[in-house]
Design a binder for this molecule. Structure first.
Ligand SMILES: [Zn+2]
Length: 271
């Protein structure tokens, strides 16, 4: 049997940041979640945990060993969605690492595990339950400073895609971990309140833009090397959508389902 390998897209993003992508059969490759390591001074911090399958966990721990086996100090989760959070409990089991998460997201994680909505597949329900097995050791609040070696990762509350969504800013290197608020491919889905919020999302995008990061490390897809332009595209895209909605309402299409079909024919319901 061929041992699991991180895909060749696992690379060093900046001096202290690495992305480790692992292909998961049940998930479309283009959308597979990005997991990051910030490494300095013999310590490592993981941003998001990806999926809990053996191949993913083994490949990521092997990658970490290949960097000189720094001590995995913390897993910091951007939000509760299972493609980012369901692997966290496995790293706790394997290494005893602590997990940090916003309390609002921790509550949504527990709710998601209990909801038995019929449109979910058995696989999704299983992953939601696995995500809820995590033990949250550190509640993440706006402004929290997460230290790795000599580096500081600043936790920033950026609601929108999810109600307690956090981004992480590695100030020393100008790297912004955007979770699902900014994706490397396509646009992100914004759930209606109380799960997400479009107005808060636009505020978060503007705040992210004001950080003037050099690199955005998104929850899915390629790294963005021109953050200002990338975020401006998203802001403009939302404005266009608003205009489309007003146009469709003007045409008498005021049922929400008609509007969604009219403007999101390409929407992938899995994200
Ligand atoms: Zn998400």
């Amino acid at each position: 049997m061929v041992p699991p390998q991180p895909s060749e897209a696992s690379v060093r993003v900046s001096e202290h940041v690495h992305v480790v992508r692992v292909r998961v059969r049940s998930y479309p490759e283009a959308y597979s979640p990005n997991v990051y390591f910030v490494v300095d001074g013999g310590e490592a911090l993981m941003v998001d945990s990806g999926f809990p399958d053996d191949d993913s966990v083994r490949a990521r721990l092997e990658y970490l060993r290949s960097l000189g086996a720094p001590e995995l100090k913390l897993v910091a989760l951007t939000h509760h969605h299972y493609d980012h959070s369901s692997g966290a409990y496995r790293y706790q089991q394997e290494t005893g690492v602590a997990v940090a998460m916003n309390p609002v997201e921790a509550e949504l994680l527990r709710q998601a595990a209990k909801s038995a909505s019929p449109e979910r597949t058995a696989e999704e329900r299983r992953l939601r339950r696995q995500a809820a097995r995590v033990r949250v050791d550190m509640p993440l609040e706006e402004g929290a400073a997460l230290e790795v070696g000599r580096l500081t990762l600043r936790a920033l509350l950026m609601p929108g895609h999810s109600a307690g969504h956090m981004c992480f800013h590695l100030e020393e290197e100008g790297v912004l971990f955007s979770g699902d608020n900014v994706l490397g491919i396509g646009t992100t889905a914004i759930a209606p309140p109380p799960y997400g919020d479009m107005l808060q999302y636009l505020d978060s995008l503007r705040r992210m833009q004001s950080l003037d990061a050099a690199i955005i490390c998104p929850g899915h897809g390629p790294i963005a090397h021109q953050p200002r332009r990338k975020i401006q595209e998203l802001i403009d895209h939302r404005r266009e959508r608003d205009e489309q909605v007003l146009l469709l309402i003007g045409q008498g299409k005021d049922r929400l389902s008609q509007i969604v079909r009219g403007i999101y024919p390409e929407l992938d319901p899995r994200l």
